[in-house]
Design a protein around this ligand. Structure first.
Ligand code: HEM
Ligand SMILES: Cc1cc2nc3c(=O)[nH]c(=O)nc-3n(C[C@H](O)[C@H](O)[C@H](O)COP(=O)(O)O)c2cc1C
Length: 482
């Protein structure tokens, strides 16, 4: 085997143009020519590390193996010769500069809220702001959680509930419980094991993981971490560049994904101030006033990072295209009103995923549970004929049960699982365990022993009924077809 070429830092520093772009990652020099504008995390971070060592920033978000899987062996230029690039030190492995605090013993964590408190102390400000953040004033994020509290149970007694079964079936798969991970990006910000830990914890807890498009690890790395044949679902952001999407879809089909969940509620990036503020604070330390004004003008017109990738012109025809191309069950993630649920049914989707992105898309969009109620009231056939996933604000096993009583097939959990990930894979397993126990107890106290006995008659939603959208739009423009 030939020895890898050695590259000096002097040589490295010459390749700093978009079409001649080198960067060191973990001691290896890669050719990033033409990559900047395609980077889902934005062009700026790539440009600013050309001719330099990008390991620190890269390792915070991405797995060491991602670069090879994405760029391929042919883009590996060689090993860096000297350990001194730009006066800095080559960073060899993943330096998660997390604020290591004494985490409470895992078995002492009793509920998901406690994980949130731990994460607030344990994560870096960057990770905490990114994960906990929501759009604008966070109204949808807050009401997602709050509205579950306004639903009251109507328990039955004397039903013989000694044995309870929380398993269910979903898309033809037997699940140990109706609780999945919501797909989330940049998971490695929380813990270096990122999606690997989520996938393995899902497997331990008897459910398929949902692997996100914007994964810190490549999809194949995550699938390799699963036992052969363990099912997984894939969450897709449709790329502006359709060839990229085709490539991703072909890969996940080859890896035997069992369903595609297409996220459609974020055609443009929303305004999340906690994240923007952090970027501003990091950037502004040494900036003069004039430069500040120039920057601010430029920023107003610059596209926000993720939006350089996600196709804002996506429409229902694209969903049909994905169904045809993959032959897999397709679920639309981000359904926020009954008409769109019906449309998904009409075009032959396998399911809908009711979600407002955890309040990270349009603020003051309805809390997810209200959308489920609206569908229940206006088009219950959707609930009978399709799989229905819901996420946003579920924090207790009793919330899970309420959603299932109202017609959801399964639920997904977003932030709380990321908070639990502060403990790595074991934290995730613990979080699942807590939810499973809470769900089983809630079922018994409600008077049911299996999930197929759950139905709307077990909940009182009167407090929310006034907020549920009416099926007929009132007083809109006569020509409006929305
Ligand atoms: C090797 C090929 C790469 C691929 C496939 C890739 C992919 C991605 C993806 C999918 C995201 C979006 C995650 C999200 O927003 O949640 C992202 C974000 C990010 N990436 Fe990369 N990336 C690559 C290389 C790099 C490199 C070389 C660096 C650093 C020098 C980098 C730094 C970042 C940062 C900082 C973010 C987060 C941006 C933000 O704050 O929103 N990436 N990348
Ligand atoms: C940090 C973070 C990243 C997310 N990334 C994605 C993503 O890449 N794709 C997606 O479809 N949804 C994403 N979401 C939305 C989640 O899938 C889910 O809809 C939301 O978190 C559910 O709300 P909850 O956090 O209240 O449980 C993200 C949410 C968070 C908190």
């Amino acid at each position: 085997m030939s020895r890898p070429a050695k590259v000096s830092s002097f040589e490295l520093g010459k390749h700093i143009n978009d079409n001649d772009a080198w960067m060191v990652l973990n001691g290896v020099v890669w050719d990033f020519s033409g990559f900047g504008s395609k980077h889902p995390g934005g062009e700026e971070v790539i440009k600013s590390h050309l001719g330099k060592d990008g390991s620190k920033v890269y390792n915070e978000i991405h797995s060491p193996g991602l670069v090879l899987r994405h760029l391929g062996e042919e883009k590996r230029i060689g090993d860096i010769e000297d350990a001194d690039v730009q006066g800095g030190t080559i960073i060899a492995s993943s330096p998660h500069d997390r604020q290591f605090v004494d985490l409470p013993k895992l078995h002492s964590v009793m509920n998901l809220l406690q994980f949130e408190h731990v994460a607030e102390r344990a994560l870096t400000d960057k990770a905490w702001n990114y994960i906990s953040g929501a759009t604008d004033d966070g109204i949808t994020d807050q009401t997602n959680r709050e509205y579950y509290r306004h639903i009251m149970f109507r328990p039955r007694v004397l039903k013989g509930v000694g044995r309870v079964d929380i398993s269910t079936s979903f898309l033809g798969h037997k699940l140990a419980c109706p609780i999945l991970n919501a797909p989330t990006s940049s998971v490695r910000l929380t813990h270096p094991s990122g999606e690997m830990a989520i996938a393995k914890a899902s497997q331990t807890c008897g459910v398929p993981p949902i692997i996100p498009s914007m994964s810190s690890f490549s999809v194949s790395e995550v699938v390799d971490a699963l036992k052969p044949g363990h099912p997984f679902f894939f969450q897709l952001y449709v790329h502006r560049d359709r060839a990229e999407t085709e490539q991703i879809l072909d890969e996940v089909c080859r890896l035997a994904a069992r369903a595609i969940i297409v996220t459609v509620d974020l055609p443009v990036i929303s305004k999340r101030e906690t994240v923007q503020r952090r970027r501003y604070e990091v950037d502004s330390d040494s900036v003069s006033r004039d430069q500040d004004i120039a920057d601010s003008r430029q920023r107003q017109s610059a596209p926000p990072p993720v939006n350089t990738v996600i196709d804002p012109d996506l429409n229902w025809n694209d969903i049909e295209w994905i169904m045809k191309r993959t032959g897999l069950p397709v679920l639309v993630k981000g359904i926020q009103r009954a008409e769109d649920a019906k449309r998904a049914l009409e075009i032959g989707c396998a399911g809908i995923y009711i979600s407002n992105h955890g309040g990270r898309a349009l603020d003051t969009a309805p809390p997810a549970i209200l959308v489920l109620l609206e569908i229940q009231r206006t088009c219950p056939e959707v609930l009978r004929r399709m799989e229905v996933v819901i996420d946003g604000g579920l924090r207790r096993g009793s919330d899970v049960l309420k959603a299932i009583c109202l017609g959801a097939s399964v639920v997904c959990i977003g932030r709380p699982f990321l908070y639990a990930l502060a403990y790595g894979e074991e934290g995730m397993v613990r979080a699942w365990q807590i939810l499973k126990e809470e769900l089983a107890i809630a079922m018994q106290l409600l008077g049911i022993t299996s999930l197929d006995q759950a139905h709307p008659g077990f909940v009182n939603t009167q407090t929310l009924d006034a907020f549920t959208s009416s099926p007929k739009p009132f007083g809109g423009r006569p020509t409006s077809k929305l």
